[in-house]
Design a protein. Structure first.
Length: 288
């Protein structure tokens, strides 16, 4: 297949390009310089020239806290930019994968969220990503909306890399223990997206590594696995704390753990447990 990837310079985009190239697809990876998704004419031009069978839309405004004061910027990219890409895809009848987020939920539920739970975003970032979902559902006839959470990979900055660094620099690490979610290794997500575009099983999917944990529990696992896989001896003391101790401009979901109903009912194999994904990430990191 011919596949266009937006946001190809980002953490997820880079792994999507690599994974799909390794499975034999012809890929055009576009970063912000090669494709400004906020420019409708440019979207039409790039999509019509390459004429992909599928578009994987990884480009997004992801600065969660900055979005609270840059409302128009967030909606320009996540809503209008997504609309532009959907219109261009629809003109040539290309499949479209829109990468969305756990932030479309309010995070107050007690159970893991499934695809058909009511959305109720609380932050500008979450609201703008939900707007992108609505535009995708309204304008595309061949869409996959893939909601994911707690992404990390070898490219760019992320929570796992930050914790590894801080644990070696600081004697004490205080980590939030009242937010629960599903960590997701970008390579595992990229592989699932690769399977998805081979089908016509359109709709909304929750795609994360299986299971859930708090940020504190995730950090404990990062330290334990890093000691085994990377041989890093970490002396830092780990201490749980509350969200209230670390106030941020944008509200964080208390619970954004994900249930994968669509993966199962559409016959896909479940993505592996989050701790196995973490182990593979650290092994990949050790080779860098």
């Amino acid at each position: 297949m011919k596949v266009l990837v937006t946001g190809a310079g980002g953490q997820l985009g880079k792994d999507v390009v690599t994974v799909l190239q390794n499975t034999g697809h012809e890929i055009l990876g576009c970063d912000r310089q090669q494709l400004d998704i906020t420019n409708l004419d440019q979207c039409y031009s790039v999509v019509n020239t390459f004429h992909p069978d599928a578009i994987i839309h990884c480009a997004a405004y992801t600065a969660v806290d900055a979005a609270e004061s840059d409302v128009e910027g967030a909606y320009l990219v996540n809503a209008a930019g997504t609309r532009n890409l959907v219109l261009a895809a629809e003109q040539i009848q290309a499949k479209l994968v829109y990468i969305s987020t756990d932030y479309v939920f309010d995070g107050n539920g007690q159970q893991p969220y499934h695809e058909y739970d009511n959305t109720n975003p609380q932050s500008i970032y979450g609201k703008s990503k939900r707007a992108g979902e609505v535009l995708t559902q309204s304008l595309s006839s061949k869409y996959f909306i893939v909601r994911t959470s707690w992404l990390y990979g070898v490219h760019g900055n992320n929570f796992v890399k930050t914790m590894l660094r801080l644990a070696q620099e600081k004697p004490l690490l205080k980590v939030v223990n009242d937010q629960k979610g599903s960590p997701t290794y970008t390579v595992d997500l990229a592989r699932f997206i690769g399977q998805l575009i081979e089908t016509e099983n359109y709709g909304v999917y929750h795609a994360s590594n299986r299971g859930s944990c708090t940020w504190y529990e995730f950090t404990q696992a990062i330290i334990d696995e890093a000691a085994k896989i990377l041989g890093i001896k970490i002396e830092a003391q780990l201490e749980p704390c509350t969200t209230a101790e670390f106030p941020r401009p944008a509200p964080r979901p208390k619970n954004s753990a994900m249930e994968h109903i669509s993966i199962r009912v559409n016959g896909f194999q479940e993505i592996r447990p989050w701790r196995e994904g973490l182990q593979s990430f650290l092994q990949e990191l050790s080779l860098k």
